[in-house]
Design a protein around this ligand. Structure first.
Ligand SMILES: C[C@](O)(CO)[C@H](O)COP(=O)(O)OP(=O)(O)OC[C@H]1O[C@@H](n2ccc(N)nc2=O)[C@H](O)[C@@H]1O
Ligand SMILES: Nc1ncnc2c1ncn2[C@@H]1O[C@H](COP(=O)(O)OP(=O)(O)OP(=O)(O)O)[C@@H](O)[C@H]1O
Length: 269
């Protein structure tokens, strides 16, 4: 079985509170984008995992393996071979690893006839990472709590062009949170999202930008460049370092940005 594990962007991201468990409460809008990893699961004699494509820096077991381990602790799973083709940049704030893991949970649920509900799959996903549950439903959503409580939102950006620039900067999510001072929200993201996109730049902020722009001026430069090129809205995604721009027109000359980072054009498969 083959699954295309998509990335996400964050439209606005407010870090509102540090919790006693060390995590932070946030408010954000998750929006799925058409940039994919490929996850393939096939029946096998024993469990194995292999990845190709982009190099994944060691950080313990791969999230795909962790997803398998999590479910096999509770269920008798048929042994499988998981093959990941990694394409979504890492340490980018695009949720690629989380999406891989969520897609493995969904595939294992189907392959083993576990009949887990969306809510149950989201609970398992939350054990793998705060970004992971979003990818179970995978539809635009306002998220609160640690990013795992959702309210669906009606938002369709399909007529716009989304462009992602990923500089050669790897940001650890844990480290990014350590350097942030939570603030009581001064904007209502759900309300702002209903305004015309051209107005988002006056209201919608990502709280990670301030500190990370100071540390990595290149990320801020990319954001400015995207506005210069005519983006209606541009922002860093999640805890960075990828920056996205939402454009109205199809033809955008990004030649000078090629030296600054890798450029991704999400497309329908
Ligand atoms: C920045 C976002 O990408 C926005 O969507 C997410 O909040 C990050 O989600 P994620 O990468 O899945 O994060 P996790 O793997 O769960 O956590 C990594 C580390 O980030 C910090 N963390 C994460 C999420 C959160 N709401 N508060 C936190 O403080 C914790 O120190 C945690 O140990
Ligand atoms: N399938 C995977 N894809 C990407 N990273 C993975 C995967 N499995 C484990 N990891 C580990 O997770 C780290 C990336 O986590 P981090 O939260 O910093 O990146 P991100 O790209 O912002 O988000 P995400 O982990 O959701 O893709 C990698 O450095 C790697 O060690």
């Amino acid at each position: 079985m083959l699954s295309f594990a998509n990335a996400k962007i964050n439209l606005g991201l407010l870090v509102t509170e540090k919790r006693d468990d060390g995590y932070h409460n946030i408010e954000t809008v998750f929006y799925p984008i058409k940039l994919y990893d490929v996850v393939e699961i096939t029946a096998s004699d024993s469990f194995s995992f292999r990845s190709d494509g982009l190099f994944i820096p060691q950080g313990g077991a791969n999230l795909c393996e962790k997803a398998w381990q999590l479910l096999s602790a509770d269920f008798e799973l048929n042994p499988v071979r998981i093959h990941l083709l990694k394409n979504i940049p890492i340490g980018a704030g695009l949720g690629g690893g989380s999406s891989d893991a969520a897609h493995v949970l969904i595939l294992l649920n189907q392959l083993n006839g576990l009949n887990l509900t969306t809510a149950q799959l989201e609970d398992y996903a939350a054990k793998l990472g705060a970004d992971c549950p979003f990818f179970i439903e995978n539809t635009p959503a306002f998220a609160s709590g640690t990013g795992t409580t959702f309210a669906p939102i009606a938002l369709d950006l399909s007529k716009y062009r989304i462009i992602i620039i990923k500089p050669d900067i790897h940001i650890s999510t844990a480290e990014a949170y350590q350097h942030i001072t939570p603030q009581i929200p001064t904007i209502d993201i759900q309300r702002v999202i209903r305004l015309p996109i051209q107005e988002w730049k006056y209201h919608l902020t990502n709280d990670f930008e301030l500190g990370l722009f100071r540390e990595y001026p290149l990320i801020e430069k990319i954001k400015h460049k995207l506005y210069e090129k005519g983006a209606l809205y541009a922002s860093m995604s999640g805890s960075g370092s990828a920056v996205f721009g939402i454009f109205e027109h199809e033809e955008i000359d990004l030649t000078d940005l090629q030296e600054i980072g890798n450029i991704y054009y999400p497309v329908e498969l």
